[in-house]
Design a protein around this ligand. Structure first.
Ligand code: PMP
Length: 352
């Protein structure tokens, strides 16, 4: 390791994102992106923003966007925080609420949580999911300095009923409970409705998945004014202008175009359900999904080998070589045509 690195940099264990290949064109089902383009209204807003005052700094408070978001979800603007992707929002959360404490999150979950914990000196206990990859709410009643629950969970795609989440929030009034709802628009019920009831609840959203804007980098935290203050303290000690003028303009339009949003998310849910049926016919075991991806395994074929064979044939999915999930593939839901090709290629591999 370089002698120039600080002790902090030496101790980091960075996150490894899914592949963004440049060697050839793949059917890309590996990073939970949306197969449909963003709303045409977003593109127009971005064009207009590019032609306006880019020589000026953007609004550091993101006031207009926060107002749009607040109206969209029936919140007050003061209950909304905007970040450069929900990854940045999560990083600020770890800094604002968890540094120096010991937190709980599931053993199988989004792999950025342990990375942020390491960066901010947060101790954590990885609480095991049960054998069906379910979160057991009672496991989160023990003493803790904070909780992170992704709902639906990633990479399992499993959803936890909002009543159970509410029990966890209620039982932890002295800790911040983060509910990461990156995939909530694909069939789950959001905890945003609980925000006015619980000042310790923080809900995280992103425009990367259901609004087709992974490339624009916009994420949100929703919660009590007290928690928003904490996030702003960290953000304004880091960078006042995390959101550029183009992203601000595009994000507002994405939220306003509810017709386009409803249409594309419905299409993804329908394609997911069709894909699951086709995979069951090929004897795959599939966790019940409420996300824009599925988590699948086959008793007779090793996931790692399937992953490699799919890749050779131009289809990218995600494989995690980790305990408990090393015989699973995470497959993002693409268009109908992409998923039909995926099933056809997979079938050929199985009968080879
Ligand atoms: N939370 C979860 C559970 C995710 O899977 C992702 C996507 N990798 C994120 C947060 C971050 O998404 P983004 O930074 O694109 O908003």
């Amino acid at each position: 390791m370089s002698k120039f690195f600080s002790d902090l940099a030496k101790g980091l264990k960075p996150y490894v994102p899914g592949e963004q290949p440049k060697d050839k064109k793949y059917i890309k089902l590996n990073t939970n992106e949306n197969p449909y383009p963003p709303s045409p209204r977003v593109i127009k807003a971005i064009r207009d923003a590019a032609n306006s005052d880019l020589r000026l700094y953007p609004d550091p408070e993101c006031d207009d966007l926060r107002q749009t978001v607040a109206e969209c979800y029936g919140l007050d603007k003061k209950q909304v925080f905007v970040g450069n992707g929900s990854d940045e929002v999560l990083a600020f959360c770890f800094g604002a609420f968890f540094a120096g404490k010991k937190i709980l999150f599931p053993d199988i979950t989004y792999s950025f949580y342990p990375v942020y914990a390491n960066l901010y000196g947060v101790a954590y206990e990885a609480v095991p999911l049960n054998e069906n990859f379910e979160i057991i709410k009672e496991d989160y009643y023990k003493k803790n300095g904070g909780i992170v629950i992704p709902n639906p969970n990633a990479p399992t795609s499993r959803y936890l009923d909002i009543e159970k989440i509410e029990d966890i929030i209620k039982s932890n009034k002295d800790s911040v409970v983060i509910v990461d709802e990156a995939y909530i628009d694909f069939g789950g019920e959001s905890c945003i409705s609980l925000i006015n009831k619980y000042p310790n609840l923080l809900v995280i959203h992103t425009l990367s998945k259901s609004r087709s804007l992974a490339g624009l980098r916009i994420g949100f935290a929703f919660g009590s004014e007290e928690l928003m203050d904490g996030l702003n303290r960290v953000k304004n000690s880091f960078n006042s202008y995390t959101i550029d003028r183009i992203a601000l303009a595009g994000a507002s339009e994405a939220l306003k175009d509810s017709t386009y949003f409803e249409e594309t998310r419905k299409r993804i849910i329908e394609t997911r359900d069709k894909t699951m049926e086709a995979l069951k016919a090929l004897n795959f075991e599939i966790i019940d999904s409420k996300a824009n991806f599925i988590f699948i395994s086959h008793k007779a074929f090793e996931a790692q080998i399937l992953f490699q064979k799919l890749r050779e044939r131009g289809i990218l999915v995600r494989y995690f070589n980790k305990p408990r999930i090393n015989n699973f593939l995470r497959v993002t839901i693409g268009t109908d045509i992409e998923m039909e090709t995926f099933i056809k290629v997979l079938n050929n591999i199985l009968v080879e």
